[in-house]
Design a binder for this molecule. Structure first.
Ligand SMILES: Nc1ncnc2c1ncn2[C@@H]1O[C@H](COP(=O)(O)OP(=O)(O)OP(=O)(O)O)[C@@H](O)[C@H]1O
Length: 215
């Protein structure tokens, strides 16, 4: 489970979209040796992607939204996803009439539907209540324990202990890559985020360079 962290405009979304093939980018992406452009219907087994937008453009039922672009899903798998993300009570409503957090559950179900080897999630936790934050983290951990790689962009740094590794992206480049428990000690962390730990276990704005007292 990899947390993709970095300041606004750092490049997290661009990186995820480039890997997912949703953005023009140089180079090529291979997952388990396979080029994504050449895998056809097996794509959902290799890659799952939840974009930063929670919009679903069509007035379609939840089950159809989960299957959008993923290829056929068995009734058994759909049942598992409905149970995992508690979608039963929402089944008959068009997705356009769901709340943002409810739509997040549909889009997460869609991203994990094929049990992908690589799961790319762009701020999946941002609209969720605490129960669903924990449920989504649980679903990510399950995917990782089943042999998948989860790459999850997030801003809430208090969630870092839930991850194994953290990649810090800023100015369109990877600035640090470390165990999630150690990333805050990286020499570039404070300068890039412009915050520092405060006495209450939270964060405070880091004083500008000249006004910082030396340790
Ligand atoms: N379609 C686009 N065309 C040109 N530049 C873009 C486009 N989308 C994003 N950018 C720029 O690319 C940079 C990286 O943006 P990106 O959305 O990847 O950042 P981010 O780390 O996901 O930010 P945030 O935390 O605010 O979501 C920013 O400077 C942004 O203004």
């Amino acid at each position: 489970m990899v947390a993709l962290i970095g300041p606004n405009g750092g490049g997290k979304t661009s990186l995820l979209r480039a890997i997912a093939g949703a953005e023009e980018a140089s180079g090529s992406v291979r997952i388990a040796g396979e080029r994504l452009t050449a895998v056809g219907s097996r794509r959902s087994r290799l890659l799952g992607f939840m974009s930063s937008s929670r919009e679903i453009g069509w007035e379609i039922p939840v089950a159809d939204a989960i299957a959008l672009g993923t290829g056929p899903i068995s009734a058994e798998r759909l049942g598992e996803l409905f149970e995992r993300f508690e979608l039963g009570p929402l089944a008959d409503r068009p997705v356009t009439r769901l709340s943002t957090g409810e739509r997040s559950r549909v889009l997460m179900a869609r991203a994990v539907a094929g049990a992908p080897l690589v799961l790319l999630l762009d701020e999946p936790l941002s609209n969720l209540d605490p129960y669903w934050v924990l449920q989504f983290l649980g679903a990510m951990r399950e995917r990782a324990e089943e042999g998948g790689c989860v790459l999850c962009a997030l801003h809430d740094l208090s969630l870092l202990p839930r991850f194994d590794r953290a990649v810090l992206v800023s100015d369109g480049a990877i600035q640090a890559d470390a165990a999630a428990s150690l990333i805050q000690d990286h020499p570039r962390f404070g300068a890039i985020f412009r915050v520092q730990p405060d006495e209450r276990g939270g964060w405070e704005v880091r004083p500008p360079e000249g006004r910082r007292s030396s340790p």
